[in-house]
Design a protein around this ligand. Structure first.
Ligand code: URA
Ligand code: CA
Length: 435
């Protein structure tokens, strides 16, 4: 096989076989295929696309390029959730204990990551004592015992994807739907998922901004899942404004606790119930999403969801008292109200820019080397559709510095106020389940 022939075949719109795709991925991972050939191939894919079978083959070739997490020591169907990313997305913190509390085993490998706020691990580390550096044996034991554990990134998972993603980043080929779909699915499968629930975001703060593009990506991932024997369901959800009210690490932990208690933001609770119901059904713990939803609601109202969260925190060294005494979480030195500039109704928000404002405060990492401030961030008081009164707070900034002018002006620029009422946005646009 010659790499140049495979590039030409894709350039001319042909379909590569499984063996041909494996040849490319293996060669690129071991260094025998150079960047310039892989770039040419990625650009050919960008223009020509991939057939559904090619996407599935690429996914599994990337899975096989590295280690796989073996979750066979955990009883039951392991359902993983993946979000395509957004701003202030607290769902993982809510969902993990919520579904674990009704018997769905949650074995979560999570990273720190770059972005507006830290990743799930950073957020959890705002709980004093909590740590994710646990052995694999302990990880499996905790999932079997408590239904839930989180471990930091370990092993060399999907090295082909890491290398290819970095190459795409500098060759203008990130925006290729089949490459994105295979990239995301390969990581979930390597992490040991038997079944996958995808939260595909659409809107200003999302990776895929337009609804049609997000739907295309969701369909492609659901199709890959079906072809490789991992039942996959995608929920298309709104990210034109941040989810919930809090954007920040400790602030989101507090928001997650409120939500597990049934006193959180309505949108965050609703999306958690929607995603959670699909997870419960895929894990075989309920026959229908309606039944699953009732189980989850009951777990919240009985306090079981919150109790599961406490047990999970304590098992990994965390101070479970933060659940009842959130003042034990890191708090910022200054709280700066941001008053509404005029009367009216919030008509638009730029989730993306609000995220950037949180990052300016120190809530997220711009580079891998940056350190983050777990206490800082933004708490919104208004969402799209809400009425504003001039001078009343639109948001509160939690800052480690007395002044936060840059973040404040960015926040004000990102919230539009119109004179007339505007309808609230839908939260879920569609569910794609491959049937
Ligand atoms: N996120 C991923 O994990 N991979 C992509 O290719 C794009 C977004
Ligand atoms: Ca939030």
């Amino acid at each position: 096989m010659r790499t140049v022939d495979l590039i030409a075949k894709k350039r001319d719109g042909g379909e590569l076989s499984d063996a041909e795709i494996r040849y490319l991925i293996r060669g690129y991972t071991d260094g025998s295929i150079p960047d310039y050939q892989m770039s040419a191939w990625a650009m050919a894919v960008y223009f020509r696309g991939m057939t559904p079978q090619e996407r599935a083959d690429l996914t599994m070739a990337m899975v096989d390029s590295g280690d796989r997490i073996d979750l066979s020591g955990i009883a039951g169907t392991k359902v993983d959730k993946h979000s395509t990313g957004g701003v202030g997305d607290t769902t993982t913190l809510v969902l993990a204990p919520l579904v674990a509390s009704v018997g769905v085993p949650v074995a979560k490998m999570s990273g720190r990551g770059l972005g507006h706020t830290g990743g799930t691990v950073d957020k959890l580390e705002s709980i004093p004592g909590f740590h994710v550096e646990i052995s694999n044996e302990r990880f499996l034991e905790l999932v079997n015992r408590n239904g839930l554990a989180v471990i930091g990134q370990s092993g060399d998972l999907t090295p082909a994807d890491k290398k290819l993603y970095a190459l795409r980043d500098v060759t203008a080929t990130v925006e290729s739907m089949p490459l994105i779909a295979s990239s995301i699915m390969s990581k979930k499968i390597a992490a040991g998922a038997d079944a996958i629930v995808l939260d595909v975001k659409t809107g200003d703060g999302a990776f895929m901004k337009g609804l049609d593009a997000a739907r295309g990506l969701a369909r492609a991932m659901v199709d890959i899942g079906g072809r490789v024997g991992r039942k996959t369901i995608a929920v298309l959800s709104d990210m034109s404004q941040p989810l919930g009210y809090a954007i920040g690490n400790a602030l989101e932990v507090k928001e997650a606790i409120d939500t597990l208690r049934g006193q959180g933001p309505r949108d965050l609770y609703e999306l958690s119930l929607t995603l959670g119901s699909h997870m419960v059904v895929l894990a075989g713990k309920a026959g229908t999403t309606e039944e699953a939803r009732r189980l989850l609601e009951r777990s919240v109202s009985s306090g079981q969801a919150l109790a599961t969260f406490k047990t999970f925190l304590a098992a990994q060294g965390g101070d479970a008292d933060v659940v009842d005494r959130p003042e034990r979480l890191p708090t910022a030195a200054y709280r700066i109200p941001v008053p509404a500039p005029k009367d009216g109704y919030v008509s638009r928000m730029s989730a993306e820019r609000i995220g950037t404002a949180a990052m300016l405060l120190g809530a997220g990492r711009a580079t891998k080397e940056s350190t983050i401030d777990l206490a800082v961030g933004i708490v919104l008081h208004k969402k799209i559709g809400d009425r504003t009164v001039q001078g009343e707070p639109l948001a509160t900034i939690h800052s480690s510095r007395e002044r936060a002018d840059e973040a404040i002006s960015m926040l004000l620029e990102s919230i539009e106020i119109a004179p007339d009422p505007v309808p609230a946005l839908p939260l879920v646009y569609d569910v794609i389940d491959g049937r």
